[in-house]
Write a protein that binds this ligand. Structure first.
Ligand SMILES: NC(=O)c1ccc[n+]([C@@H]2O[C@H](COP(=O)([O-])OP(=O)(O)OC[C@H]3O[C@@H](n4cnc5c(N)ncnc54)[C@H](OP(=O)(O)O)[C@@H]3O)[C@@H](O)[C@H]2O)c1
Length: 258
């Protein structure tokens, strides 16, 4: 039996991409899931699939992680339903490509609120539950947090750098409570991400075709499942002495500095 069977896992950004794939894999392993996203229809589809795949139980909490009341509702509804939390996956993310010359403070706030503030506030709210279960947190960062910079990515990469830092700082602060905190830092994974950031489908395809060449290992993009494997490894008992790590899943891209 999987160690995740009957474990309560909260996943933000579960209506698509990496979050949805993580939810589906955990469903096969019999977990209890609390899934969040703004798009009710897509989230409901993922919930249906999770039930079919064997999730022990699933709740959906439709909400926007940039809003304080929605973050509070995610933890309250999870606790009301399941009474405990073993793993928090802070996956909801928002890309942004905008030149310094034209960015607005609203764009800045939105990007940091979704990628950084939400993760830290959910960490705070989940703390009493994770203390009881000696649970853990996995934040989804990006290889862009540290290894490469390119025009237009000041805000998004800055947010992911902050995500790495809160991972390390929280890991140290929460170690005395037996709570581990780690991050997974993917490079290019072909999901809805670029489209959500404002690119057209065509531009997104072109971007990922270009990204693929930047991954020295096999010159292909990272598969969603390869990111899920890293998330579940860090969340599992195979990683009991791993905390404060930012695990790159990037096919060696960081080694090239691109
Ligand atoms: N794809 C890549 O190349 C790549 C590379 C490095 C890191 N990442 C990181 O991986 C994570 C997952 O991204 P993905 O590639 O799976 O992209 P995706 O397919 O666009 O999924 C993003 C998820 O985040 C949710 N989300 C966005 N803003 C939200 C908000 N304000 N409130 C609640 N949910 C919100 C979206 O749901 P709704 O639209 O329903 O709200 C969606 O479920 C992100 O943190 C991203 O930064 C991705």
């Amino acid at each position: 039996m999987s160690e995740f069977a009957s474990k309560v896992v909260v996943i933000t950004g579960a209506s698509s991409g990496i979050g949805a794939a993580t939810a589906k894999e955990l469903s096969k392993q019999g977990a209890l899931l609390s899934l969040t996203g703004r798009n009710e229809e897509r989230l409901a589809q993922v919930v249906d699939e999770c039930k079919k795949l064997g999730a022990k139980d699933v709740i959906q909490v439709v909400g926007d992680v940039s809003k304080q009341e929605d973050l509070e509702r995610i933890i309250k509804e999870t606790a009301d339903k399941f009474g405990e939390i073993h793993v928090l996956v802070n996956n909801a993310g928002l890309g942004l490509v905008v030149p310094i010359a034209t960015f607005t403070l609203d764009q800045f706030d939105r990007c940091f609120n979704v990628n950084v503030r939400a993760a830290l506030y959910l960490t705070k709210l989940a703390l009493p539950y994770l203390e009881k279960t000696k649970g853990n947190i996995v934040n989804i960062s990006s290889t862009g947090s540290t290894t490469y910079a390119f025009p237009g990515c000041c805000i998004y990469n800055g947010a992911k750098a902050a995500c790495d830092h809160i991972t390390k700082a929280a890991a140290l602060e929460l170690a005395k409570s037996g709570i581990r905190v780690n991050a997974v830092n993917p490079a290019g994974v072909e999901t809805n991400f670029a489209v959500s950031a404002g690119l057209t489908e065509e531009q997104s395809k072109a971007l990922y075709a270009q990204q693929a060449k930047l991954h020295p290992l096999n010159e292909r993009n990272i598969k969603v499942e390869e990111v899920v494997d890293a998330i579940l490894f860090l969340a599992s008992d195979k990683a009991t002495m791993i905390t404060g790590s930012c695990l790159r899943v990037d096919g060696g891209r960081a080694l090239t500095g691109q």
